[in-house]
Write a new protein. Structure first.
Length: 187
């Protein structure tokens, strides 16, 4: 009987070694894989939640920034239009000899400058005070240099050019696309 037990034990050992051991090893791998997948899934979900939160915050920031840019662009266009009007008035009133009217207009220009300087394009910011100064001295310049010939003409022209430079700077700053857009061939 001991031989029978030995054979039975041998067969049982072979059965366990070749069938049960690989089965249990595979089961162990599967369990470890499920645990790893669970941890990986939690990590992925955590990163995904952080990404979605950050993306949402970025989207809100961009939306607010875009909205502010549109409002600022609208205000800037309006301010440049007002500046253009004042610059064209400077050209028209340059030879105005009524000191009271000139003073009121100069005060209007100074008020505009103080209220709107930050909305103006950099080149317009620089050109506006130069044009206002040119306007301020223009009538005196005309009266002081009258009858002096070519030198007078060149100084007056140069002074008027300061005002024209403001007009051109404003035009360039708000160079808008055509309302009709670009037509393509065949339309």
């Amino acid at each position: 009987m001991t031989i029978a037990w030995a054979i039975a034990a041998f067969l049982a050992g072979m059965f366990v070694r070749h069938l049960i051991a690989p089965y249990l090893a595979e089961k162990g791998k599967n369990l470890a894989t499920r645990e790893d997948i669970g941890e990986i899934t939690r990590t992925v979900e955590s990163v995904k939640a952080v990404f979605q939160r950050d993306a949402s915050e970025l989207q809100e920031t961009l939306k607010a920034s875009t909205s502010l840019r549109f409002l600022a662009a609208e205000k800037r266009l309006e301010v440049h239009q007002q500046g253009f009007y004042l610059a064209s008035q400077m050209l028209q009133r340059a030879f105005e000899d009524d000191i009271t009217k000139r003073s009121h207009f100069e005060a209007e220009c100074a008020d505009f400058w103080q209220r709107n300087c930050l909305y103006l394009d950099k080149t317009v910011q620089e050109a506006f005070p130069d044009a206002a100064a040119a306007f301020h001295i223009h009538m005196e310049m005309v009266q002081d240099y009258r009858g002096m010939g070519e030198a007078f003409t060149e100084k007056v022209k140069a002074n008027m050019q300061q005002i024209r430079a403001l007009v051109e700077a404003i035009k360039k700053a708000v160079d808008l696309p055509s309302i009709g857009g670009v037509l393509t061939e065949g339309t």
